[in-house]
Design a protein around this ligand. Structure first.
Ligand code: ADP
Ligand code: MG
Length: 773
């Protein structure tokens, strides 16, 4: 290449640079309007009128009654980086007014013909000036006008032909402007907004948006989006001092279903986009709305200005902020809880949207007990009985457990094999049936198998549990147990726990129990699973949605507290190194390890050493067995046949060292039991049964010489073979978890309001609705 051919680098002319920059800030008329609206609101306006010609491309005018601009400032108002709002760089972090970079007017003046007419309250008259390329054309001229500012933008993008050509649909631009004004009018409900088409008469006077001064947010949502929506809104509020944010707004309930998701998000009073927040809100609503329908959300967030980064996008539309993930998660939770607590309104459009504060059980029970003469109407008739058993409850491997299982024991033994005949050691059983349950391959390298030691009969395992809800029942249970102990000496004698800390924890659970909820869970009739985390149950004439994760966590906590020191054991066929597990946990995203936490290997070693020092206590109290080499060899059997998902083991091992308070006895028991309950609880992410089955068949069938084929057509008869379809977790949830909940759980008072129990329908109310049809 000849030297003459190499292109010469030239400096761009300043006005070209400015025009490019302007084009980034102002991309279409609606961006200009947004900036100017924010200026008017900053100026304390109470009435704002926007007039448009050609969708704002021909003419766009905004008139406000704010404090106006001083005559002497009019000269520089359109220069780049001139602002009355920002003086030093440090102000950037504490600025709470809207646009703060002094760029908007300058940008607009580079791509349009701009005129400002303004009057402050101290001035005798208004002044008018025109601007081009960031500069005033001639000195401001006095003119008549009221206090406030009128800014007129004509021929937007007249000097950016490509942009002008791209914006060839005035109706579309008008619609976008109407959308921005509508949203600001909702957020600033006290201010009156008007949008009109200039020079248009007719009955509407060309007005497309109008809100009144002093109206409420709900009024304006009703005016703009329709009263049907505003009726289906629930107000929501949240304040979080540690994450330094406040949120308030209105979210649609489960009755309201829109064709598309409408989100009005204001962060520090600016209309912004925040895609992660939008996504997480959409996720929450998925559970509540029918497929293909969407919610309406108006949300105003106030975040510490220092934590916001508004400069990500030139139009400052997409916002990022510090602690974004935590804040979003916290909002998501708040919305979810709110929706759950208001979800009763879904079924009856007559019902108020207030949270379901108390479950009125009296209407049914008192009427029943009053006198037999009182007629029971159809709408009060209870047609179900919580004590009824279903046939499929028996279709599980353990139900056919005889004291000795042989390989001919039909299909239930398919994946099982007999090992050493008797192990009288500790809490293992006389006829130790070992079913090999390979657990999901955790990391690709650590594969485990668990030998679950199953009690020989349902009766026995039942008695090994705190099935009683009060002391009488507990003592009765242990009496019976002693009787049965004589026939089967397999179970060790129940240890009598006299630790005051444990008794105190038991007392706490009893005192905190909510009487009505105890009745509901204790007498419910199973309806079905919605997903692994949610289920439906019926109690008398009421239908409830229950949160299985929370209930099961509480269940396992209560089992641990009431049966303290008396659990059975799942003994692992191969010891699981604590070190490997903790490394897995530290490498997981859930853990959130940071370099400041220290070297992972060191941390993992510390955990191993720590658990080794607690070996005796862990084994004695919690049946968590750690051997001298620092491997896990046994896990507590909290509920017979129910195995925790081993995917939770790494996190559990890490958390018992970090989250458990090892200092005080009672707190140690409380926090340990909580962590363990968390590990055992039914959780969505951990249910992955088909994989489990694949491993089971491949790994164990050939070795054990079992008849693998017969499992195939043995539908529902074996827990393990059931794993082949997604129904298996449903069986576990229905027949193991909810049965145990029915027998054991004492639901706490908070479960009434935190979304664990939600009343969805009641028969009398449904009758009311049908009668009206
Ligand atoms: P910024 O809003 O970031 O300060 P702008 O370019 O949007 O920058 O506005 C520049 C300045 O013009 C503002 O700081 C404000 O002092 C003044 N101004 C603009 N619009 C108005 C208005 N409607 N009423 C009063 N002052 C205004
Ligand atoms: Mg501004």
């Amino acid at each position: 290449m000849e030297i003459a051919d190499i292109p010469v680098i030239k400096r761009l002319q300043e006005d070209v640079v400015n025009r490019i920059a302007a084009g980034e800030v102002i991309q279409r008329p609606s961006n200009a309007i947004k900036e100017m609206l924010e200026n008017s609101l900053d100026a304390g306006s109470k009435n704002i009128t926007v007039s448009l010609k050609g969708g704002g491309l021909k003419m766009l005018q905004i008139l406000d009654d704010g404090h106006g601009i001083r005559k002497e400032d009019m000269k520089i108002v359109c220069e780049r980086f001139t602002t009355s709002k920002l003086r030093e760089f440090s102000d950037l972090s504490s600025m709470t007014t809207f646009g703060f970079r002094g760029e908007a007017l300058a940008s607009i003046s580079h791509v349009s013909h701009l005129a400002i007419c303004t009057r402050t309250k101290d001035s005798q008259c208004a002044y008018k000036a025109t601007y081009a390329d960031g500069r005033i054309k001639d000195s401001p001229r006095p003119t008549a006008g009221s206090i406030g500012t009128q800014i007129t933008v004509e021929d937007l993008f007249y000097n950016v032909p490509t942009r002008r050509k791209a914006l060839n649909n005035p109706a579309d631009e008008h619609q976008r402007i109407a959308d921005v004004i509508s949203k600001y009018s909702i957020h600033n409900a006290g201010v009156s907004f008007t949008l009109r088409k200039a020079g248009e008469g007719g009955p509407s006077g060309g007005i497309s948006v109008r809100t009144q001064q002093g109206s409420s947010i709900l009024d304006n949502i009703g005016v703009i989006y329709g009263t049907k929506i505003s009726k289906d809104l629930i107000s929501i509020e949240q304040k979080n001092t540690s994450l330094k944010f406040e949120m308030h707004g209105y979210v649609s309930n489960a009755n309201c279903s829109m064709k598309k998701f409408i989100l009005l998000l204001f962060i520090n009073n600016r209309l912004v986009d925040c895609s992660p927040l939008k996504r997480s809100l959409a996720n929450v609503y998925q559970t509540f709305l029918p497929k293909g329908t969407h919610p309406f959300v108006y949300m105003s967030l106030k975040i510490e200005p220092a934590n916001i980064d508004v400069n990500v996008h030139p139009t400052k539309h997409e916002v990022h902020f510090l602690h974004e993930a935590e804040i979003i998660e916290s909002i998501q939770r708040a919305v979810e809880v709110k929706l759950r607590s208001c979800d009763t309104s879904r079924t009856f459009y007559t019902q108020t949207l207030l949270p379901n504060v108390s479950i009125d059980l009296s209407e049914v029970t008192t009427k029943k007990s009053n006198s037999s003469e009182i007629k029971t109407y159809a709408h009060e008739t209870i047609r179900t009985d919580g004590k009824l058993q279903k046939l499929d409850a028996f279709l599980k491997p353990q139900s056919a457990n005889s004291s000795v299982s042989t390989s001919n024991d039909c299909q239930q033994d398919i994946m099982t094999t007999l090992t050493e005949p008797v192990d009288n050691n500790a809490r293992s059983t006389a006829d130790k049936r070992i079913s090999k349950l390979p657990v999901q391959n955790l990391s690709g390298s650590v594969a485990m198998e668990i030998d679950s030691i199953e009690p020989p009969s349902k009766k026995l395992c039942v008695e090994s549990l705190p099935l009683a809800k009060n002391d009488d029942q507990i003592s009765k249970a242990s009496n019976e147990k002693q009787k049965s102990d004589t026939t089967t000496s397999s179970f060790p004698k129940r240890k009598h726990v006299r630790l005051t800390s444990v008794l105190k924890l038991q007392q706490e659970i009893k005192e905190n129990a909510h009487d009505d909820l105890v009745k509901v869970i204790g007498n419910h009739v199973w309806v079905g699973c919605i997903d692994p985390e949610l289920a439906l149950i019926q109690f008398e004439t009421k239908l409830f949605m229950t949160n299985t994760s929370r209930l099961s966590e509480e269940l396992f906590y209560q089992i641990m507290v009431f049966d303290f020191g008396n659990f059975g054991i799942y003994r692992l066929s191969e010891p699981v190194p604590v070190f490997d597990m903790v490394m897995l946990a530290l490498n997981s995203t859930e853990c959130g390890w940071q370099p400041a936490d220290g070297n992972k290997i060191e941390l993992a070693k510390n955990v191993v050493e720590f658990l080794k020092t607690k070996r005796e206590m862990l084994a004695d109290y919690f049946s968590l067995e750690v051997n001298e080499e620092g491997n896990i060899v046994g896990l507590p059997m909290l509920l017979p046949d129910y195995e925790p998902s081993m995917e939770g083991l790494p996190m559990f091992l890490l958390r018992i060292t970090t989250e458990v308070n090892w200092e005080s006895e009672i707190e140690c028991f409380r926090t340990f039991c909580r962590e363990c309950a968390r590990f055992y609880s039914v959780r969505k992410g951990y249910i992955n049964m088909p994989d489990l089955l694949k491993n089971t068949q491949m790994d164990t069938a050939p070795d054990d010489g079992v008849i693998a084929d017969s499992s195939v057509d043995c539908e529902g008869s074996c827990f393990i073979s059931q794993n082949s379809d997604a129904k298996s977790w449903k069986w576990v949830v229905e027949h193991l978890v909810y049965r145990a909940l029915q027998r054991i759980l004492l639901p706490g008072k908070s479960m009434l309001s935190d979304g664990t129990f939600l009343q969805l329908a009641s028969l009398p109310d449904l009758y009311k609705v049908f009668e009206r049809c």
